[in-house]
Design a protein around this ligand. Sequence first.
Ligand code: NAP
Length: 256
Amino acid sequence: MGHVGNGNFHVFLVIVVCPEGNAMPTALVTGASRGIGLALCEAFAERGWTVVAACRRPDDATALRDLAAAFPGLIEVEALDVSDFAAIEVLSKKLTGRPIDVLVNNAGVASRETQLGSLNYDAWKSLMDINLMAPMKMIEAFLPQVEASGHKKIVAISSSLGSIAATTGGNYFYRTSKAALNMAMRSVARDLALRGVIVSMLSPGYVDTDLTRHAVGGPPKISARDSGQGLADAIIALTSGGSGEFRRFNGQSIDW
Ligand SMILES: NC(=O)c1ccc[n+]([C@@H]2O[C@H](COP(=O)([O-])OP(=O)(O)OC[C@H]3O[C@@H](n4cnc5c(N)ncnc54)[C@H](OP(=O)(O)O)[C@@H]3O)[C@@H](O)[C@H]2O)c1
């Protein structure tokens, strides 16, 4: 394996020997333009996987296009706003017959306008569309491709802020979206267990991205690259025994 420095990215040239001529696995990652999604695409590509990198505006996603150029043939950029359910159907149709080994529902938003007494309910609904409904719609739309794959994994990038047991108050929109996402994913895990599909809710850690840029205090942040590398390893290592669990990417269980 060779290593080539290229701007912001660490590029690994991987010579892949596929057993019995099987193609390398494919991951579909939403919210791939920046932050953890971008780092996940890089991590999967470094491991020789092909990646369908879905982002809202490919023309503006310079870092993702640079990453795709650094891994020729491995990263395919697709336009997808996950709040546009018709667009999810269109992408699924475009990828009909293409096995998706790992569907990573990563796209997500946070909100700071959650002061009790002045809650913006329209903003809450929009956030729920993206953080909760969209992952469900992605699962419905891409289940045939996931079931047709070797790995058969569905991953939600959740958050420890979705832990009901550990709440410290506030942050209503984001907390409820992730708590509800966890319930939905655990139910999906139960529903799909007999079909061999593994479902996991993973916390990426406290990561230095645009989403946490305004956060003050708290523990030190880890880099998006470290989070993406840890998540990719955790996802690849997932087994049916861990389906339906809510964990940090280092394997530590998180209290519901
Ligand atoms: N950072 C942390 O410490 C942390 C901790 C726990 C959980 N998480 C979770 O990790 C995930 C990624 O967060 P991040 O920290 O990487 O945040 P980020 O840097 O703000 O990136 C968010 C990503 O989601 C995309 N996105 C937002 N709305 C979208 C939509 N409607 N359709 C498609 N893509 C959309 C953004 O695309 P655009 O570029 O087009 O806006 C961007 O690629 C989220 O689910 C978040 O809740 C993060």
